[in-house]
Design a protein around this ligand. Sequence first.
Ligand SMILES: Cc1ncc(COP(=O)(O)O)c(C=O)c1O
Length: 368
Amino acid sequence: MIPSDANLHPKFKRRAFLHTAALAPSASVLGMAGLAVSAEGQQDHPLTLSKPRVDLAHLPTPLEELPRLTKRLGGPRLLVKRDDQTGLALGGNKVRKLEFLVAQANAEGADTLVTSGSIQSNHCRQTAAAAARIGLRCVLLLGGKNPGGTSEGNLLLDRLLGAEVRFGEQTLEDVAKTLRAAGRRPYVIPIGGSNAVGATGYVAAMEELSDQLKQRSDNVDWIVVPTGSGGTQSGLAVGARSLGFAGKILGIGVGEPADETKQRLTPIANTTARHLNLSERFKPDDFEVNSDFLGGGYGVMGDLERKTIRMVAETEGLLLDPVYTGRAFGGLVELTKKGFFRKEETVLFWHTGGMPELFVSEYAGSLL
Ligand SMILES: Cc1ncc(COP(=O)(O)O)c(C=O)c1O
């Protein structure tokens, strides 16, 4: 389906036209050099152009060197892809997924976005922000009990952004049913936005990265990224395979053993590839996942995260979060110490955001 221009920000309109003219390219034969360059010098993103998308994110996000950390760790050259700077209400990886999810919600005539997550879910905060930005309502179903007292971090922002916050045992489908019965038109987004539509945002992100690397005549050997619900790594994997990216993608698990994470990634990647009419198919062993850094479990900040957050902040002025990026960067540091990466390699850390969690007293109280 070619998106109607009405749904599209001007930055996508011309590209949609180009795509219409070219029809869906066979991505597997595009290769990294196959990305078309438009007359304005902008590069086109053929893998994802056929899908409706709304403009929510500040893109492309910066690709930066980390020279002081590279020197301090004495390992491979380090780069960072700044998806903490996607722009919408403190940014993060979910904004990329929501560009496609919200477009789908609009296409279905929805008036309310419904999703769920933990009390400090970054995904929920970004969904609330996307709803506010587009003029939809938002209902968030948060796990656990209402903490009461002063709202902190993402929960504070959810409420500030006008979302209706619910707690308890209901399922997302229960919430959607009640809304429908009340005459509303809900669009249900799964946890983390990790389905084929959402993961398309990370196929597009991989296209964006390949443009940036090509423009700089640069290359990366590894992408290191935190992995939770899996849409980010799955989307990157689909994009990487379709574009012929030669580097490896290493997901650092934040909550589950590596085997379970690979099982989770596989169907997301396969449905995403199908959604985009790509021929690539994945098996669990096609993914690299390391879950050696789970420490006390999901959301429990330990010494690894604490030390890493402080070191990266002091050394590069770069903020990480206690749950995802602090753990994943901690894994990168530990793997560097063990010689997992070769010194002549380049490792790109994909920063996925999450900083509002730094200000939650549970974490802030033991960071310093
Ligand atoms: C800051 C941050 N990084 C990484 C992730 C993991 O992304 P995914 O759920 O797509 O695996 C999340 C998910 O909530 C997140 O909030």
